[in-house]
Write a protein that binds this ligand. Sequence first.
Ligand code: AMP
Ligand code: ZN
Length: 664
Amino acid sequence: MNIEQKINSLREELRQHNYNYYILDNPTIDDYEFDIKLKELQALEDANPEFFDVNSPTQRVGGAITKNFKTTVHDFRMYSLDNSYSKEDLLDWETRIKKQVDGEVEYTCELKYDGASMNLTYENGKLIRAVTRGDGVQGDEVTANVKTINTVPLKLKGDYPKRFDIRGEIILPIEGFVKMNKERIANDEEPYRNPRNTASGSLKLQDSSEVAKRPLQCLLYSIKGNDLNISTQYEGLQKAREWGFKVPKEAKVVKSIDEVLSYIEYWDKHRHDLPYEIDGVVVKVNSLYQQDELGFTAKAPRWAMAYKFKAEQVSTKLNEITYQVGRTGAITPVANLEPVQLAGTIVKRASLHNADQIEKLDIREDDTVFVEKGGEIIPKIISVDLTERPADSKPTQYISNCPECDAELVRIEGEAKHYCPNYNGCPPQVVGRIQHYISRKAMDIEGLGGETVALLVKVGLVSDYSDLYELQVEDVIPLERMAQKSAENLINGVEASKQIPFERVLFALGIRYVGETVAKKLAKHYKSIDALMAAPIQDLISVDEIGERIAKSVVEFFNSEENRRIIKRLKEFGVQLEISAELLANQTEKLKGKSIVISGVFESISRNELKKLIEDNSGKVSSSISSKTNYLVAGGKMGPSKRAKAESLEIPILSEKEFLNLVK
Ligand code: AMP
Ligand code: ZN
């Protein structure tokens, strides 16, 4: 097998595994084996960029950045759907249909997936573009983002038409949504409201590798095209499934509106057994010939009808409003409810979001409230049942002092939430900050857990994260559940954290709005904490992707004398507060603005090292030769076509040695 065949066979194999896993839910190898094969393919592709393919399984991880999404006109307009809410609505619809078409009418019943609509275009079995619904006539092209979604096939199987559009819904399954929110809450970020908004928001992220991290799926429901050789809606669903798309199996063909109603009734009851949210059922005339006869109104097809489920509501008593203090001091009011069954779970609490929300709905303790789970995982209070309000009820007085430390709360202009400003004395903030500091994505201190942190603070051994570095084995042994061995592990873990690179330390500091990505950007730009501390707001804003909100928060953080004292201590203990000297020494701007293609096999340096060398010298590695390429670095065994192309475009070709001399 030559290299090209090897690459293609790996791609085929990985595609099949991807299909088994994501479409069939039936993996035949484990994740580890899959990863090994993917890495093997990645290495081969890196070494042989001439075989680059935008639809390779390696492209799923994303990386492309889209600044502005291109507006694209749909080949086939994307209509909306008419809504029905009752048996009568559906019977009226049937009467209208029967006036227009002859013969028996069959219906396909499908679930109405609650997400963001998407139109995918395939040509010769390859995904060529993905466009949002937009206004139905034109939408935004979000191909780079959609390619990262594992259930979207990049290459089709079987006997597919040469060119067609396929429509579906991008959804976020509940399990993935809950997991994302757990992480957000742990980072003291506002949780996402519901899976639908999160799914549609994801499509417009600029960085496709961020999209790749979200467990989105695409469920397909309709094929559009010319000469498709498909005669019913149901047949279309089956074909799409054969070509490799994820088409849920719940769809069903029925012969009467009564059967439609049973389908609706069944799914209204069982919707919570599904791994994703649905907000109703879509009923479609099954015959495509009859669909053609019926055509469209200005807004929607006459041959389809959505049936929307009612959002599930219950009423229950609000026993008490309590207030939670997050790691950054943000206050969240919580409604503690008389436990009640709703949408398949028992609900005990509902978020009240902020003071405005409480005031707007005039929510009071001892009220009977209506709670709804309409798409939202965290239930919300819709309204108060005023007929049940006790006679002596008084409006809710929002707290003015912190429930944990009694400090007077502040509310920053333009922000919805109140904050406890007692940064250094408010226990949940102090503990939360240290817990964040030691967490896996931050300093990753092994041998130290969240509960131990709380204990260390409680007994007064630690009051900020710099104190961790002074702990001795003898100090911690007396603590509950602490043995010699675990005490040693703790101290060793703290010691090891001194090796954690600057960008992660910066994230660990817990500056409001400075998440992992922002920390990386700032570390790369300023290179040391001293430079960052000295940066005025205007300078911070000039850094790519740093806005005013972040800039202000950074300046405010370093303005605090206490924070400066803590950082000074971290420095003394040897925590990495600048990009390592090694890294820094190797960073130059020698290749600034240069686009470089590497190809072939190298002797004294690996391809990854070579890439890194280019990036450290501010150059850009690109995968294919074009008129914009500045250099081609050629190793051994480079393909002749590549050389020919570079020569024809008069691009300088450098040998390994010549290149290394250039950056020396
Ligand atoms: P609406 O947004 O209420 O007008 O409803 C129309 C939308 O429902 C379509 O744009 C689709 O995104 C979505 N939808 C979800 N599931 C289906 C389905 N099975 N068939 C057709 N449309 C669906
Ligand atoms: Zn407080």
